[in-house]
Structure formats: C-alpha cells, structure tokens
Design a protein around this ligand. Structure first.
Ligand SMILES: O=C(O)CCC(=O)C(=O)O
Length: 287
C-alpha cells in the first residue's frame, strides 16, 4: 500500500530512523537547559508547576523549537518537511511543539482537531518523534486506527445536533470561511470529551519506537497514552503540530463535483464534507 493511502485509511504512518542521534542529543541539551531555567529538574517539579508558570514554560518551549539552533534543525528535518508537503500539497508551518523528558500521567483518549475532512489534501498533522528507544512500560502513545474517518465525524455530527449555536456557526462556514476557526475553537473540546467512552480498548495500537523514529498522525485520530508501568523509566519525545502555510497551496487535480465547494471555495483547510451534511440536514427538515 502506498504510504499516502495508508495515512488516509489508518490516519498515521511510521517512518523509521529519520532523525540523526547527534541532532537529538543536542536538542535534548537545549530542552534540559530551558527546563532548568524554569525550575524544572524532574517529573515531580514538572507536574507541580503552577498553571501560570506552566503556560510560560510551554510558550518558551514553542519558541525554543522554532529558534534554538539544534531544535530548529531537528524540527525542520528535510524528511519531515518533504512528507508534510506531500500530505498538504502546501508548505508546512509549525503551530505547536513540545518535548518531554519524562513519562506523562496517563492521557485519556482524545482528538486534537474536529470538523475537518479526513480526505486529502490534509491541513493538519502531528509528528511524534522518539528521542530515545521507547520502553514498553514507559506510558507509550497509542492510536486507534481509522477513527478519523469513522468515530470523529460521527461525534462532530452529534455535537452539531446537540448544540444549535455550533450548528449555526457550521451553516455560516460556506459564506464566511473564517467561521470555521470559531467553530473549531468552541466545538472541538465537546467532540474530544466524547472520545474516551466510545473507543474499543482492544482497537488501540502502540508502537515499538526506536530513537529517531517518527509517527506522523492525523490529530482527528483518537489517541492517548498507556499507563506508565515503571515510573523509573523516562520517555523522551517531541510532538509537533503542523498546518498548511496559508497561500502556499499547490494546484491539485479538479475534485469531483460533490467536493468542489470544499476544495475550491473554502481555502481555510479541508473541512468536513459540508455538502453531504447539508444535504442530510435539508432532507431531514423536509420530513
Ligand atoms: O505522547 C504524549 O505525551 C501524548 C501525545 C498526545 O496526546 C498529543 O499529541 O495530543
């Protein structure tokens, strides 16, 4: 199967052995120095940071990934950029980045985006990079393959049905593409909150990742972290979110009629298939 088809169907691909170890080690030194400047020396001092200082640290963390020499080099690795360019049909732009040196407290299943089409060209992707060999007991990342096509669109529909205010925002998107950002901002957390109760735990997959491997995943795929079974283990990783740079979209083949509105008229990322949902709503209101 072509990697693009795999990404489309499962919502992720794994690319082995991309990041040079020397680059990773230099990045880890920059992260360690940043954490120390913010008074963080271990998982305990990290997890007890007051909210305001945690926000400050996360802002500094994003800045580090965009500006510090070793981190910038790692984040912008040519393989990462080449893969994203092919997924987006546009230049990738970094919108979020953080690196963690310790195991997370178990993260419930969630999604990080909603109301987007699961079809290409994609406009958002996460890269989860292993900064060391990831031990099976260290609280691994898991994904639930295919849920960006099955579960997440269904949850989006449910939320639109439950929330008339979001539904009217949704209706506005065709005339005012900027309404999409408001819809995402207001609606995403309601979609995400439904995920944990709706996935089959047996469908979760986690991976045996080695230092330098990367998982590219659609953040509409349900994901989370397994429980850490050995708190003495570390789990060094870097996660980045990428979006398509505005104005850099390359010409794509003409889409079939039902998708034309989405692809041709709305430039703000690829949305859930508005045409189908609108048609469903119109049919339902005629009954
Ligand atoms: O591996 C992790 O720490 C969690 C990653 C995650 O949940 C995310 O990127 O949203």
């Amino acid at each position: 199967m072509d990697w693009r088809e795999e990404y489309r169907d499962k919502g992720y691909i794994i690319v082995d052995n991309v990041l040079p170890h020397a680059w990773i080690d230099a990045h880890l030194r920059e992260v360690d120095a940043l954490l120390r400047r913010h008074g963080v020396t271990d998982s305990r001092t990290f997890s007890t940071l007051p909210q305001a200082r945690d926000d400050e640290l996360m802002n500094a963390m994003l800045a580090l990934h965009g500006r510090a020499p070793a981190s910038q080099q790692l984040v912008g690795h040519r393989v990462i950029r080449a893969i994203l360019r092919q997924l987006f049909h546009a230049e990738p732009s970094l919108s979020m980045a953080r690196s963690a040196l310790w195991s997370p407290t178990a993260m419930r299943a969630h999604v990080d985006t909603a109301f987007r089409s699961p079809d290409p060209p994609y406009s958002v992707c996460r890269t989860w990079c292993a900064l060391e060999d990831i031990h099976a007991d260290s609280g691994r990342l898991y994904l639930v393959p295919g849920t960006h096509r099955t579960l997440t669109p269904q949850l989006c529909r449910e939320v639109l049905d439950e929330r008339p205010d979001l539904q009217s925002l949704f209706e506005q998107v065709a005339d005012d593409p900027s309404a999409w950002f408001r819809l995402l901002g207001r609606g995403w957390s309601y979609v995400s909150a439904k995920v944990a109760d709706r996935i089959d735990p047996k469908a979760r997959v986690s991976f045996d990742l080695r230092k330098g491997d990367i998982v590219f995943f659609n953040p509409a795929v349900a994901h989370g972290t397994l429980a850490c079974r050995d708190p003495s283990l570390t789990r060094k990783m870097m996660v980045c979110e990428w979006t398509a740079e505005e104005g850099s979209r390359q010409a794509t083949p003409r889409a079939p009629a039902s998708r034309r509105l989405v692809h041709a008229d709305i430039e703000v990322g690829n949305l859930v298939d508005l045409c189908t949902i609108r048609a469903e709503r119109a049919a339902a209101s005629r009954i």
